[in-house]
Design a binder for this molecule. Structure first.
Ligand SMILES: NC(=O)c1ccc[n+]([C@@H]2O[C@H](COP(=O)([O-])OP(=O)(O)OC[C@H]3O[C@@H](n4cnc5c(N)ncnc54)[C@H](OP(=O)(O)O)[C@@H]3O)[C@@H](O)[C@H]2O)c1
Length: 199
């Protein structure tokens, strides 16, 4: 399969690329890293890129930033970081990508455990992850031509514990490689509207 992977250079994305590249052609995308450059926040940059790449079998996103910080310092501007980047960025990938996705092809997005199991400092992340999961359930019944859509919701990664560990006390981390298996399930399986919870 020909697979566009946005965020392939990241902590999670590297493991997803490793898992999928054994069997498939990976086209890696980032703002600065990867074979091609585009910014999820800018749907125009995605449209131009997808036009250049042409038809593909899958679009995968392992990207998206959100703000973490104290509740009493939360502002609309800080919430908006995640709304524009992780939430609308991945929605943009689907809206722009559907024209270039083959019949029966798949979208795979990334949310996270905070949609269901919140932490201190994580309200903006919980908001975004919950919205993404709702979007995927709804898009699954609306996409045409047998196109599928799923989302992977990981807990904190082992590889991210040096930086995120203090936020996630009591959470059992998982390896990026184990999380990556779920992207294979989504891309190479037949499910749609599914939330792969990895925790
Ligand atoms: N790490 C964890 O423990 C964990 C746990 C649960 C969920 N997640 C979720 O998994 C996803 C990846 O996390 P990560 O820790 O692997 O992140 P990361 O190491 O910071 O990597 C982010 C990747 O996405 C690309 N990227 C970032 N913003 C982009 C944008 N606006 N447009 C296009 N590409 C962009 C980056 O490349 P460029 O810099 O070249 O753009 C990089 O390849 C995020 O949605 C995160 O919330 C992570």
């Amino acid at each position: 399969m020909k697979i566009v992977l946005i965020g392939a250079s990241g902590t999670l994305g590297k493991a997803v690329a490793h898992e999928l590249s054994v069997r498939h052609q990976i086209i890696s995308v980032g703002r600065k890293s990867g074979d091609f450059h585009a910014d999820l926040r800018d749907i125009g940059s995605l449209q131009s890129l997808f036009e250049k790449i042409g038809t593909v079998d899958a679009f995968v996103s392992a990207a998206g930033s959100v703000h973490f910080g104290p509740w009493n310092e939360l502002t609309p501007e800080k919430v908006d970081i995640g709304l524009r980047d992780k939430l609308m960025g991945q929605v943009n990938m689907v809206l722009a990508g559907q024209k270039y996705l083959c019949d029966g092809g798949s979208f795979t997005l990334t949310s996270g455990i905070l949609s269901e199991d919140p932490i201190r400092f994580g309200a903006a992340a919980s908001l975004v992850n919950g919205a993404l999961e709702s979007f995927v359930r709804a898009a699954a019944i609306e996409l045409s031509r047998g196109q599928r859509i799923n989302i992977v919701s990981p807990t904190v990664l082992q590889e991210s514990m040096p930086s995120f560990g203090p936020y996630f006390r009591g959470y059992k981390p998982v390896s990026a490689a184990d999380v990556a298996l779920n992207y294979s399930k989504s891309v190479e399986g037949r499910q749609t509207g599914h939330i792969y919870k990895v925790w």
